[in-house]
Design a protein. Structure first.
Length: 572
Protein backbone atom coordinates (compact mmCIF):
# COMPACT_ATOMS: atom_id res chain seq x y z
CA UNK A 1 0.00 0.00 0.00
CA UNK A 2 2.89 2.35 0.82
CA UNK A 3 4.20 1.91 -2.73
CA UNK A 4 1.01 3.35 -4.22
CA UNK A 5 0.68 7.02 -5.20
CA UNK A 6 -0.49 9.39 -2.47
CA UNK A 7 -3.81 10.11 -4.21
CA UNK A 8 -4.60 6.38 -4.36
CA UNK A 9 -3.80 5.96 -0.65
CA UNK A 10 -6.00 8.97 0.07
CA UNK A 11 -8.98 7.64 -1.90
CA UNK A 12 -8.72 4.17 -0.36
CA UNK A 13 -8.23 5.34 3.18
CA UNK A 14 -10.88 3.76 5.40
CA UNK A 15 -12.40 7.13 6.27
CA UNK A 16 -12.72 8.06 2.62
CA UNK A 17 -14.30 4.68 1.89
CA UNK A 18 -16.70 5.29 4.75
CA UNK A 19 -17.60 8.67 3.23
CA UNK A 20 -18.10 7.05 -0.19
CA UNK A 21 -20.41 4.48 1.44
CA UNK A 22 -22.57 7.28 2.85
CA UNK A 23 -22.64 9.09 -0.49
CA UNK A 24 -23.66 5.87 -2.20
CA UNK A 25 -26.47 5.18 0.29
CA UNK A 26 -27.79 8.73 0.06
CA UNK A 27 -27.67 8.67 -3.75
CA UNK A 28 -29.61 5.40 -3.85
CA UNK A 29 -32.15 6.78 -1.37
CA UNK A 30 -32.69 9.92 -3.43
CA UNK A 31 -33.10 7.82 -6.56
CA UNK A 32 -35.61 5.57 -4.82
CA UNK A 33 -37.63 8.57 -3.61
CA UNK A 34 -37.66 10.26 -6.99
CA UNK A 35 -38.80 7.05 -8.65
CA UNK A 36 -41.45 6.47 -5.99
CA UNK A 37 -42.77 10.01 -6.21
CA UNK A 38 -43.39 9.63 -9.95
CA UNK A 39 -44.15 5.91 -10.26
CA UNK A 40 -47.92 6.47 -10.28
CA UNK A 41 -47.88 9.75 -12.19
CA UNK A 42 -50.40 10.27 -14.95
CA UNK A 43 -47.94 10.80 -17.79
CA UNK A 44 -50.41 12.24 -20.23
CA UNK A 45 -49.83 15.86 -21.26
CA UNK A 46 -51.21 18.56 -19.00
CA UNK A 47 -53.50 19.63 -21.81
CA UNK A 48 -55.02 16.16 -22.18
CA UNK A 49 -58.64 16.33 -20.94
CA UNK A 50 -58.39 12.72 -19.69
CA UNK A 51 -55.46 13.43 -17.37
CA UNK A 52 -55.99 13.15 -13.62
CA UNK A 53 -56.48 16.53 -12.01
CA UNK A 54 -54.13 15.74 -9.09
CA UNK A 55 -51.61 14.05 -11.44
CA UNK A 56 -50.93 10.91 -9.38
CA UNK A 57 -53.07 8.04 -8.12
CA UNK A 58 -50.61 6.19 -5.87
CA UNK A 59 -52.59 7.19 -2.78
CA UNK A 60 -55.73 5.51 -4.09
CA UNK A 61 -54.32 1.96 -4.21
CA UNK A 62 -55.31 -0.62 -1.64
CA UNK A 63 -51.66 -0.82 -0.52
CA UNK A 64 -51.56 2.70 0.89
CA UNK A 65 -55.19 3.78 0.71
CA UNK A 66 -56.33 0.84 2.83
CA UNK A 67 -53.84 1.69 5.56
CA UNK A 68 -54.63 5.39 5.45
CA UNK A 69 -58.36 4.75 5.69
CA UNK A 70 -57.90 2.94 9.01
CA UNK A 71 -56.00 5.89 10.44
CA UNK A 72 -58.55 8.36 9.11
CA UNK A 73 -61.47 6.37 10.56
CA UNK A 74 -59.80 6.44 13.98
CA UNK A 75 -58.98 10.16 13.82
CA UNK A 76 -62.57 10.99 12.89
CA UNK A 77 -63.85 9.12 15.93
CA UNK A 78 -65.04 5.97 14.17
CA UNK A 79 -62.72 3.57 15.99
CA UNK A 80 -65.60 1.32 16.96
CA UNK A 81 -66.67 1.13 13.31
CA UNK A 82 -63.29 0.44 11.70
CA UNK A 83 -64.68 -2.43 9.65
CA UNK A 84 -68.10 -0.95 8.90
CA UNK A 85 -68.40 -0.57 5.15
CA UNK A 86 -71.14 2.10 5.35
CA UNK A 87 -68.85 4.24 7.51
CA UNK A 88 -65.92 3.51 5.21
CA UNK A 89 -67.98 4.73 2.25
CA UNK A 90 -68.68 7.98 4.07
CA UNK A 91 -65.04 8.60 4.96
CA UNK A 92 -63.67 7.54 1.56
CA UNK A 93 -66.04 9.71 -0.46
CA UNK A 94 -64.98 12.76 1.52
CA UNK A 95 -61.25 11.99 1.44
CA UNK A 96 -61.08 11.01 -2.25
CA UNK A 97 -63.12 13.70 -4.01
CA UNK A 98 -64.22 13.26 -7.59
CA UNK A 99 -62.72 16.67 -8.38
CA UNK A 100 -59.19 15.16 -8.14
CA UNK A 101 -59.84 12.33 -10.59
CA UNK A 102 -59.92 11.99 -14.35
CA UNK A 103 -62.83 14.11 -15.61
CA UNK A 104 -65.81 11.93 -16.46
CA UNK A 105 -64.14 8.84 -14.92
CA UNK A 106 -66.34 5.75 -15.17
CA UNK A 107 -65.20 4.49 -11.75
CA UNK A 108 -64.27 6.75 -8.89
CA UNK A 109 -61.36 6.42 -6.47
CA UNK A 110 -63.51 5.83 -3.40
CA UNK A 111 -65.55 3.17 -5.20
CA UNK A 112 -62.48 1.31 -6.44
CA UNK A 113 -60.77 1.46 -3.04
CA UNK A 114 -63.70 -0.09 -1.23
CA UNK A 115 -64.15 -2.60 -4.02
CA UNK A 116 -60.72 -4.01 -3.16
CA UNK A 117 -61.51 -4.11 0.56
CA UNK A 118 -62.67 -7.37 2.06
CA UNK A 119 -66.40 -7.82 2.63
CA UNK A 120 -69.53 -6.87 0.75
CA UNK A 121 -72.23 -4.28 1.27
CA UNK A 122 -75.52 -5.41 2.74
CA UNK A 123 -77.88 -6.06 -0.23
CA UNK A 124 -80.67 -4.28 1.68
CA UNK A 125 -78.91 -1.01 0.84
CA UNK A 126 -80.33 -1.38 -2.67
CA UNK A 127 -83.85 -1.18 -1.32
CA UNK A 128 -82.96 1.89 0.69
CA UNK A 129 -81.21 3.56 -2.25
CA UNK A 130 -84.15 2.78 -4.54
CA UNK A 131 -86.54 4.29 -2.00
CA UNK A 132 -84.49 7.48 -1.81
CA UNK A 133 -84.28 7.72 -5.61
CA UNK A 134 -88.03 7.22 -5.91
CA UNK A 135 -88.80 9.96 -3.42
CA UNK A 136 -86.52 12.57 -4.97
CA UNK A 137 -87.42 11.75 -8.57
CA UNK A 138 -89.94 14.05 -10.30
CA UNK A 139 -93.45 12.75 -9.57
CA UNK A 140 -96.81 13.97 -8.42
CA UNK A 141 -97.71 13.90 -4.68
CA UNK A 142 -99.85 10.77 -5.08
CA UNK A 143 -96.93 8.81 -6.59
CA UNK A 144 -94.59 9.98 -3.84
CA UNK A 145 -97.06 8.93 -1.19
CA UNK A 146 -97.43 5.50 -2.80
CA UNK A 147 -93.64 5.07 -2.96
CA UNK A 148 -93.27 6.14 0.68
CA UNK A 149 -95.89 3.62 1.82
CA UNK A 150 -94.40 0.82 -0.30
CA UNK A 151 -90.82 1.50 0.85
CA UNK A 152 -91.65 2.15 4.51
CA UNK A 153 -89.80 -1.01 5.72
CA UNK A 154 -86.55 0.36 4.27
CA UNK A 155 -86.84 3.39 6.57
CA UNK A 156 -87.44 1.53 9.82
CA UNK A 157 -85.19 2.79 12.60
CA UNK A 158 -83.96 -0.69 13.57
CA UNK A 159 -83.10 -1.59 9.99
CA UNK A 160 -81.24 1.70 9.39
CA UNK A 161 -79.31 1.23 12.63
CA UNK A 162 -78.34 -2.29 11.60
CA UNK A 163 -77.28 -1.19 8.12
CA UNK A 164 -75.19 1.75 9.32
CA UNK A 165 -73.66 -0.16 12.25
CA UNK A 166 -73.22 -3.77 11.03
CA UNK A 167 -71.96 -6.35 13.49
CA UNK A 168 -71.09 -9.28 11.25
CA UNK A 169 -71.26 -10.82 7.77
CA UNK A 170 -72.85 -8.43 5.24
CA UNK A 171 -71.71 -4.87 5.79
CA UNK A 172 -68.44 -5.85 7.50
CA UNK A 173 -65.17 -5.49 5.61
CA UNK A 174 -62.03 -3.48 5.16
CA UNK A 175 -58.23 -3.91 5.01
CA UNK A 176 -56.52 -6.93 6.54
CA UNK A 177 -54.76 -5.00 9.30
CA UNK A 178 -55.79 -5.32 12.97
CA UNK A 179 -57.09 -2.26 14.86
CA UNK A 180 -53.57 -1.54 16.16
CA UNK A 181 -52.64 -0.47 12.65
CA UNK A 182 -55.14 2.39 12.80
CA UNK A 183 -53.06 3.98 15.57
CA UNK A 184 -49.89 3.54 13.52
CA UNK A 185 -51.48 5.39 10.61
CA UNK A 186 -53.27 8.07 12.64
CA UNK A 187 -50.38 10.61 12.36
CA UNK A 188 -50.67 10.37 8.55
CA UNK A 189 -54.45 10.86 8.58
CA UNK A 190 -55.06 14.05 10.54
CA UNK A 191 -56.81 15.56 7.52
CA UNK A 192 -58.45 14.56 4.25
CA UNK A 193 -55.19 14.76 2.30
CA UNK A 194 -54.25 11.14 1.48
CA UNK A 195 -51.95 12.11 -1.39
CA UNK A 196 -49.73 14.22 0.87
CA UNK A 197 -49.75 11.41 3.41
CA UNK A 198 -48.73 8.98 0.66
CA UNK A 199 -45.68 11.06 -0.21
CA UNK A 200 -44.82 11.39 3.50
CA UNK A 201 -45.02 7.61 3.92
CA UNK A 202 -42.52 7.15 1.09
CA UNK A 203 -40.06 9.40 2.92
CA UNK A 204 -40.62 7.55 6.20
CA UNK A 205 -40.03 4.14 4.62
CA UNK A 206 -36.81 5.44 3.02
CA UNK A 207 -35.57 6.81 6.34
CA UNK A 208 -36.33 3.48 7.99
CA UNK A 209 -33.84 1.88 5.59
CA UNK A 210 -31.12 3.94 7.28
CA UNK A 211 -32.45 3.12 10.74
CA UNK A 212 -32.32 -0.55 9.78
CA UNK A 213 -28.75 -0.03 8.57
CA UNK A 214 -27.76 1.35 11.98
CA UNK A 215 -29.32 -1.75 13.55
CA UNK A 216 -27.25 -4.03 11.30
CA UNK A 217 -24.08 -2.18 12.34
CA UNK A 218 -25.02 -2.61 15.99
CA UNK A 219 -25.78 -6.30 15.47
CA UNK A 220 -22.44 -6.88 13.76
CA UNK A 221 -20.45 -4.99 16.38
CA UNK A 222 -19.44 -2.36 13.82
CA UNK A 223 -18.07 -4.88 11.33
CA UNK A 224 -20.83 -4.02 8.87
CA UNK A 225 -20.95 -0.31 8.19
CA UNK A 226 -24.38 1.23 8.60
CA UNK A 227 -24.35 3.15 5.26
CA UNK A 228 -23.37 -0.05 3.45
CA UNK A 229 -26.18 -1.96 5.15
CA UNK A 230 -28.64 0.85 4.35
CA UNK A 231 -27.58 0.79 0.70
CA UNK A 232 -28.16 -2.96 0.53
CA UNK A 233 -31.60 -2.59 2.14
CA UNK A 234 -32.52 0.13 -0.34
CA UNK A 235 -31.77 -2.12 -3.31
CA UNK A 236 -32.89 -5.41 -1.74
CA UNK A 237 -35.89 -7.24 -3.25
CA UNK A 238 -39.12 -5.67 -2.07
CA UNK A 239 -37.75 -2.24 -1.16
CA UNK A 240 -38.78 -0.70 -4.48
CA UNK A 241 -42.36 -1.87 -4.06
CA UNK A 242 -42.46 -0.84 -0.40
CA UNK A 243 -41.40 2.74 -1.12
CA UNK A 244 -43.39 3.06 -4.35
CA UNK A 245 -46.61 1.76 -2.80
CA UNK A 246 -46.21 3.35 0.63
CA UNK A 247 -46.25 -0.09 2.24
CA UNK A 248 -44.93 -0.95 5.72
CA UNK A 249 -42.56 -3.91 5.31
CA UNK A 250 -39.55 -1.71 6.04
CA UNK A 251 -40.96 -1.01 9.48
CA UNK A 252 -41.27 -4.75 10.12
CA UNK A 253 -37.68 -5.31 9.00
CA UNK A 254 -36.43 -2.50 11.25
CA UNK A 255 -38.26 -4.00 14.22
CA UNK A 256 -36.74 -7.42 13.57
CA UNK A 257 -33.20 -6.08 13.15
CA UNK A 258 -33.22 -3.85 16.23
CA UNK A 259 -34.91 -6.43 18.44
CA UNK A 260 -32.33 -9.04 17.49
CA UNK A 261 -29.50 -6.52 17.94
CA UNK A 262 -30.57 -5.85 21.53
CA UNK A 263 -30.91 -9.58 22.20
CA UNK A 264 -27.40 -10.19 20.88
CA UNK A 265 -26.06 -7.70 23.44
CA UNK A 266 -27.81 -9.40 26.34
CA UNK A 267 -30.72 -6.97 26.62
CA UNK A 268 -33.31 -9.69 26.21
CA UNK A 269 -36.34 -7.92 27.63
CA UNK A 270 -35.72 -4.86 25.47
CA UNK A 271 -35.41 -7.04 22.39
CA UNK A 272 -38.68 -8.79 23.26
CA UNK A 273 -40.47 -5.47 23.74
CA UNK A 274 -39.27 -4.28 20.34
CA UNK A 275 -40.44 -7.49 18.68
CA UNK A 276 -43.77 -7.05 20.45
CA UNK A 277 -44.39 -4.11 18.14
CA UNK A 278 -44.99 -6.67 15.39
CA UNK A 279 -48.50 -6.94 16.82
CA UNK A 280 -49.52 -4.59 14.00
CA UNK A 281 -48.65 -7.47 11.59
CA UNK A 282 -49.85 -10.59 13.45
CA UNK A 283 -48.69 -13.16 10.88
CA UNK A 284 -45.08 -12.04 11.35
CA UNK A 285 -45.50 -11.79 15.11
CA UNK A 286 -46.66 -15.42 15.28
CA UNK A 287 -43.77 -16.73 13.15
CA UNK A 288 -41.03 -15.04 15.11
CA UNK A 289 -42.67 -15.71 18.45
CA UNK A 290 -42.49 -19.42 17.62
CA UNK A 291 -38.84 -18.92 16.65
CA UNK A 292 -38.12 -17.58 20.14
CA UNK A 293 -39.79 -20.59 21.71
CA UNK A 294 -37.74 -22.93 19.51
CA UNK A 295 -34.41 -21.40 20.57
CA UNK A 296 -35.58 -21.34 24.20
CA UNK A 297 -35.53 -17.57 24.58
CA UNK A 298 -38.50 -17.72 26.91
CA UNK A 299 -37.81 -14.39 28.56
CA UNK A 300 -37.78 -12.65 25.21
CA UNK A 301 -40.93 -14.48 24.15
CA UNK A 302 -42.70 -13.43 27.34
CA UNK A 303 -41.71 -9.77 26.85
CA UNK A 304 -42.87 -9.94 23.23
CA UNK A 305 -46.21 -11.53 24.16
CA UNK A 306 -46.88 -9.05 26.97
CA UNK A 307 -46.04 -6.10 24.72
CA UNK A 308 -48.32 -7.30 21.95
CA UNK A 309 -51.15 -8.05 24.37
CA UNK A 310 -50.66 -4.68 26.05
CA UNK A 311 -50.91 -2.86 22.73
CA UNK A 312 -54.10 -4.74 21.87
CA UNK A 313 -55.65 -3.96 25.28
CA UNK A 314 -54.67 -0.29 24.95
CA UNK A 315 -56.81 -0.02 21.81
CA UNK A 316 -60.02 -1.24 23.48
CA UNK A 317 -61.14 2.14 24.89
CA UNK A 318 -61.01 3.55 21.36
CA UNK A 319 -62.11 0.65 19.14
CA UNK A 320 -63.94 -1.73 21.48
CA UNK A 321 -64.02 -5.50 21.31
CA UNK A 322 -66.36 -5.60 18.30
CA UNK A 323 -63.72 -4.12 15.98
CA UNK A 324 -61.36 -6.95 16.89
CA UNK A 325 -64.09 -9.52 16.27
CA UNK A 326 -64.85 -7.91 12.92
CA UNK A 327 -61.16 -8.03 12.03
CA UNK A 328 -61.18 -11.80 12.62
CA UNK A 329 -64.09 -12.11 10.19
CA UNK A 330 -62.19 -10.09 7.60
CA UNK A 331 -59.12 -12.29 8.11
CA UNK A 332 -61.14 -15.46 7.54
CA UNK A 333 -62.50 -14.12 4.27
CA UNK A 334 -59.04 -13.03 3.12
CA UNK A 335 -57.59 -16.47 3.91
CA UNK A 336 -60.10 -18.07 1.55
CA UNK A 337 -59.42 -15.57 -1.22
CA UNK A 338 -55.65 -16.07 -0.92
CA UNK A 339 -56.15 -19.70 -1.96
CA UNK A 340 -58.06 -19.01 -5.18
CA UNK A 341 -57.39 -15.46 -6.40
CA UNK A 342 -55.61 -15.14 -9.75
CA UNK A 343 -53.94 -11.92 -8.58
CA UNK A 344 -52.88 -12.76 -5.04
CA UNK A 345 -51.45 -16.21 -5.75
CA UNK A 346 -48.87 -15.01 -8.35
CA UNK A 347 -47.89 -12.06 -6.13
CA UNK A 348 -47.42 -14.21 -3.02
CA UNK A 349 -43.98 -15.27 -1.80
CA UNK A 350 -44.71 -17.81 0.97
CA UNK A 351 -44.18 -21.55 0.71
CA UNK A 352 -47.90 -22.28 0.64
CA UNK A 353 -48.24 -20.24 -2.52
CA UNK A 354 -45.68 -22.21 -4.55
CA UNK A 355 -47.84 -25.30 -5.29
CA UNK A 356 -50.89 -23.09 -5.88
CA UNK A 357 -49.16 -21.00 -8.53
CA UNK A 358 -48.02 -24.17 -10.28
CA UNK A 359 -51.19 -26.28 -10.17
CA UNK A 360 -54.19 -23.99 -9.65
CA UNK A 361 -56.49 -24.06 -12.67
CA UNK A 362 -57.58 -20.45 -13.02
CA UNK A 363 -59.98 -21.39 -15.80
CA UNK A 364 -62.18 -23.05 -13.19
CA UNK A 365 -64.87 -21.06 -11.33
CA UNK A 366 -63.42 -19.50 -8.18
CA UNK A 367 -65.20 -21.81 -5.69
CA UNK A 368 -63.80 -24.90 -7.48
CA UNK A 369 -60.13 -23.89 -7.53
CA UNK A 370 -59.21 -24.85 -3.95
CA UNK A 371 -59.13 -28.63 -4.31
CA UNK A 372 -58.22 -31.06 -1.54
CA UNK A 373 -55.10 -32.47 -3.31
CA UNK A 374 -53.83 -28.94 -3.82
CA UNK A 375 -54.45 -28.03 -0.18
CA UNK A 376 -52.62 -31.17 0.98
CA UNK A 377 -49.73 -30.47 -1.40
CA UNK A 378 -49.27 -26.95 -0.01
CA UNK A 379 -49.06 -28.14 3.57
CA UNK A 380 -46.78 -31.04 2.62
CA UNK A 381 -44.24 -28.56 1.22
CA UNK A 382 -44.57 -26.42 4.36
CA UNK A 383 -44.17 -29.46 6.63
CA UNK A 384 -41.06 -30.69 4.81
CA UNK A 385 -39.27 -27.38 5.32
CA UNK A 386 -40.27 -27.21 8.99
CA UNK A 387 -39.32 -30.85 9.61
CA UNK A 388 -35.88 -30.46 8.01
CA UNK A 389 -35.23 -27.34 10.06
CA UNK A 390 -36.27 -28.97 13.33
CA UNK A 391 -34.20 -32.06 12.56
CA UNK A 392 -31.09 -30.00 11.76
CA UNK A 393 -31.67 -27.94 14.89
CA UNK A 394 -31.74 -31.07 17.06
CA UNK A 395 -28.79 -32.75 15.36
CA UNK A 396 -26.50 -29.77 15.82
CA UNK A 397 -26.42 -30.32 19.62
CA UNK A 398 -27.83 -28.82 22.80
CA UNK A 399 -25.73 -25.69 23.01
CA UNK A 400 -27.25 -22.21 22.96
CA UNK A 401 -28.10 -20.72 19.61
CA UNK A 402 -25.74 -17.90 18.64
CA UNK A 403 -27.13 -14.62 17.38
CA UNK A 404 -25.07 -14.61 14.19
CA UNK A 405 -23.97 -17.23 11.71
CA UNK A 406 -25.57 -20.05 9.67
CA UNK A 407 -27.70 -21.59 12.45
CA UNK A 408 -29.75 -18.51 13.41
CA UNK A 409 -29.93 -17.55 9.73
CA UNK A 410 -31.37 -21.00 8.98
CA UNK A 411 -34.06 -20.57 11.64
CA UNK A 412 -34.89 -17.01 10.60
CA UNK A 413 -35.20 -17.89 6.92
CA UNK A 414 -37.46 -20.80 7.87
CA UNK A 415 -39.67 -18.45 9.88
CA UNK A 416 -39.83 -16.11 6.90
CA UNK A 417 -40.68 -18.81 4.35
CA UNK A 418 -43.28 -20.49 6.57
CA UNK A 419 -45.19 -17.35 7.51
CA UNK A 420 -48.84 -17.70 6.57
CA UNK A 421 -49.48 -15.75 3.36
CA UNK A 422 -47.47 -12.67 2.42
CA UNK A 423 -46.88 -10.64 -0.72
CA UNK A 424 -43.89 -9.83 -2.91
CA UNK A 425 -42.96 -6.62 -1.08
CA UNK A 426 -42.50 -8.66 2.11
CA UNK A 427 -39.54 -10.34 0.42
CA UNK A 428 -37.40 -7.65 2.03
CA UNK A 429 -37.91 -9.23 5.46
CA UNK A 430 -35.67 -12.08 4.32
CA UNK A 431 -32.84 -9.52 4.46
CA UNK A 432 -32.97 -9.99 8.24
CA UNK A 433 -31.73 -13.57 7.91
CA UNK A 434 -29.03 -12.55 5.43
CA UNK A 435 -27.70 -9.81 7.71
CA UNK A 436 -27.61 -12.27 10.62
CA UNK A 437 -25.61 -14.63 8.43
CA UNK A 438 -23.24 -11.87 7.29
CA UNK A 439 -22.99 -10.08 10.64
CA UNK A 440 -19.31 -11.06 10.57
CA UNK A 441 -18.66 -10.71 6.85
CA UNK A 442 -14.91 -11.33 7.02
CA UNK A 443 -15.00 -15.12 6.40
CA UNK A 444 -17.10 -14.58 3.27
CA UNK A 445 -14.64 -12.03 1.93
CA UNK A 446 -11.53 -14.11 2.67
CA UNK A 447 -9.40 -13.79 -0.46
CA UNK A 448 -7.17 -16.57 -1.71
CA UNK A 449 -3.72 -15.84 -3.09
CA UNK A 450 -3.12 -17.44 -6.47
CA UNK A 451 0.31 -17.32 -8.15
CA UNK A 452 0.23 -17.09 -11.92
CA UNK A 453 3.05 -17.52 -14.38
CA UNK A 454 3.18 -17.64 -18.15
CA UNK A 455 3.98 -21.12 -19.41
CA UNK A 456 6.18 -20.93 -22.47
CA UNK A 457 4.65 -24.09 -23.87
CA UNK A 458 1.05 -23.12 -23.24
CA UNK A 459 -1.11 -20.04 -23.13
CA UNK A 460 -2.87 -21.24 -19.93
CA UNK A 461 -1.72 -19.85 -16.56
CA UNK A 462 -0.48 -22.29 -13.94
CA UNK A 463 -0.23 -22.04 -10.16
CA UNK A 464 3.47 -21.52 -9.70
CA UNK A 465 5.91 -18.85 -8.71
CA UNK A 466 5.35 -15.56 -10.41
CA UNK A 467 2.69 -12.89 -10.59
CA UNK A 468 0.04 -13.14 -7.82
CA UNK A 469 -3.63 -12.15 -7.65
CA UNK A 470 -6.23 -12.20 -4.87
CA UNK A 471 -9.51 -13.96 -5.63
CA UNK A 472 -12.73 -13.95 -3.61
CA UNK A 473 -15.18 -16.78 -4.28
CA UNK A 474 -18.19 -17.07 -1.95
CA UNK A 475 -21.40 -18.95 -2.71
CA UNK A 476 -23.36 -16.83 -0.21
CA UNK A 477 -22.14 -13.55 -1.68
CA UNK A 478 -23.01 -14.84 -5.14
CA UNK A 479 -26.60 -15.50 -4.06
CA UNK A 480 -26.89 -12.07 -2.43
CA UNK A 481 -25.47 -10.43 -5.55
CA UNK A 482 -27.99 -12.35 -7.66
CA UNK A 483 -30.87 -11.11 -5.48
CA UNK A 484 -29.74 -7.50 -5.85
CA UNK A 485 -29.14 -7.89 -9.57
CA UNK A 486 -32.55 -9.46 -10.16
CA UNK A 487 -34.37 -6.76 -8.20
CA UNK A 488 -32.68 -3.82 -9.86
CA UNK A 489 -31.85 -5.01 -13.38
CA UNK A 490 -33.90 -7.94 -14.63
CA UNK A 491 -37.05 -7.39 -12.57
CA UNK A 492 -37.82 -3.95 -14.04
CA UNK A 493 -37.36 -5.45 -17.51
CA UNK A 494 -40.21 -7.97 -16.90
CA UNK A 495 -38.49 -10.72 -18.86
CA UNK A 496 -40.56 -13.85 -19.55
CA UNK A 497 -39.66 -17.26 -20.97
CA UNK A 498 -42.21 -19.81 -22.19
CA UNK A 499 -41.46 -23.44 -22.92
CA UNK A 500 -43.68 -26.31 -24.04
CA UNK A 501 -43.41 -29.53 -26.05
CA UNK A 502 -45.72 -29.63 -29.06
CA UNK A 503 -45.92 -33.42 -29.00
CA UNK A 504 -47.49 -33.50 -25.52
CA UNK A 505 -49.61 -30.37 -25.40
CA UNK A 506 -53.32 -29.77 -25.76
CA UNK A 507 -55.21 -26.65 -26.72
CA UNK A 508 -57.91 -25.33 -24.42
CA UNK A 509 -60.59 -22.86 -25.42
CA UNK A 510 -60.87 -20.22 -22.71
CA UNK A 511 -64.04 -18.44 -21.57
CA UNK A 512 -63.18 -15.36 -23.61
CA UNK A 513 -62.72 -17.45 -26.78
CA UNK A 514 -58.91 -17.37 -26.76
CA UNK A 515 -56.75 -20.48 -27.01
CA UNK A 516 -54.37 -21.65 -24.31
CA UNK A 517 -51.70 -24.32 -24.63
CA UNK A 518 -51.25 -26.77 -21.73
CA UNK A 519 -48.96 -27.84 -20.22
CA UNK A 520 -46.32 -25.17 -20.58
CA UNK A 521 -43.63 -23.68 -18.38
CA UNK A 522 -43.54 -19.91 -17.90
CA UNK A 523 -40.71 -18.24 -16.02
CA UNK A 524 -39.91 -14.57 -15.68
CA UNK A 525 -38.58 -11.72 -13.59
CA UNK A 526 -41.71 -9.66 -12.91
CA UNK A 527 -43.61 -9.33 -9.66
CA UNK A 528 -45.58 -12.46 -10.56
CA UNK A 529 -42.54 -14.75 -10.31
CA UNK A 530 -41.08 -15.71 -6.89
CA UNK A 531 -37.42 -15.51 -7.84
CA UNK A 532 -36.60 -14.24 -4.34
CA UNK A 533 -38.29 -17.20 -2.65
CA UNK A 534 -36.43 -19.80 -4.71
CA UNK A 535 -33.12 -17.99 -4.15
CA UNK A 536 -33.73 -17.90 -0.39
CA UNK A 537 -34.55 -21.64 -0.50
CA UNK A 538 -31.12 -22.25 -2.05
CA UNK A 539 -29.50 -20.15 0.69
CA UNK A 540 -31.55 -22.05 3.26
CA UNK A 541 -30.12 -25.33 1.91
CA UNK A 542 -26.61 -23.93 2.21
CA UNK A 543 -27.25 -22.94 5.82
CA UNK A 544 -28.51 -26.33 6.98
CA UNK A 545 -25.78 -28.21 5.14
CA UNK A 546 -23.20 -25.93 6.75
CA UNK A 547 -24.75 -26.44 10.19
CA UNK A 548 -24.87 -30.22 9.79
CA UNK A 549 -21.28 -30.41 8.58
CA UNK A 550 -20.24 -28.20 11.45
CA UNK A 551 -17.80 -26.46 9.17
CA UNK A 552 -16.80 -22.87 8.87
CA UNK A 553 -13.97 -21.10 7.08
CA UNK A 554 -10.65 -22.14 8.57
CA UNK A 555 -9.07 -19.82 11.11
CA UNK A 556 -6.28 -18.76 8.78
CA UNK A 557 -5.01 -15.20 8.49
CA UNK A 558 -7.63 -13.00 6.89
CA UNK A 559 -6.92 -10.14 4.52
CA UNK A 560 -9.81 -7.88 5.43
CA UNK A 561 -11.28 -5.32 3.05
CA UNK A 562 -11.13 -1.97 4.84
CA UNK A 563 -14.85 -1.21 4.69
CA UNK A 564 -15.64 -4.40 6.58
CA UNK A 565 -12.97 -4.16 9.27
CA UNK A 566 -14.89 -3.63 12.48
CA UNK A 567 -11.81 -2.97 14.61
CA UNK A 568 -11.03 0.20 12.69
CA UNK A 569 -14.53 1.23 11.70
CA UNK A 570 -15.18 4.99 11.69
CA UNK A 571 -18.40 4.16 13.53
CA UNK A 572 -16.50 2.94 16.59
Amino acid sequence: MNNLPAWVRFLFHRRMLYLFAWLLAIAIAVGRLLNAHTSFDDRRPLTDPNRRVDGNNGHTTIDFGGQWMMGRMLVRGYGRELFSRPRQWEVAQQAFPIANEIPDAAKHDADLLLYYFMGEDDPRWRNFAGSVAGLIAPSDPIQRAAIAIYSEPAWEANRLAELTHPKKNAGIGGPLYPPIHAFLMAPFATGDHPQNAYYAMQVVQTCLCFLGGFGVSRLSGGRFWSPLAAAIILIYPGSRAVIDLGQNSMLSLTILIWGWAFMSRGRLATGGIIWGLLAYKPVWAVSFFLLLLLIRQYRVALAMALTGAGLALATLPFVGIQSWLNWLEVGKEASKIYNIDANWIPLSRDLLGIPRRMFTDFTMPRPNRDTLPLLVGCWVVWTIVVEITLRVYRLRGDGPVPFTGPLPALLILTAWMCTYHFMYYDAMLSAFGIFVLLADPRPFFRPRLVHLVEDSSSDAPTTSKGRSVWLVNSFVLTLVAFLLFEENVTQPMKIEFTAYAHSSTSRLIMHDGSTDIRPRLIAGTGDEYPVETFTIIVLWFWCWITVLMGTKPADTPIVEPSILNGSTSPED
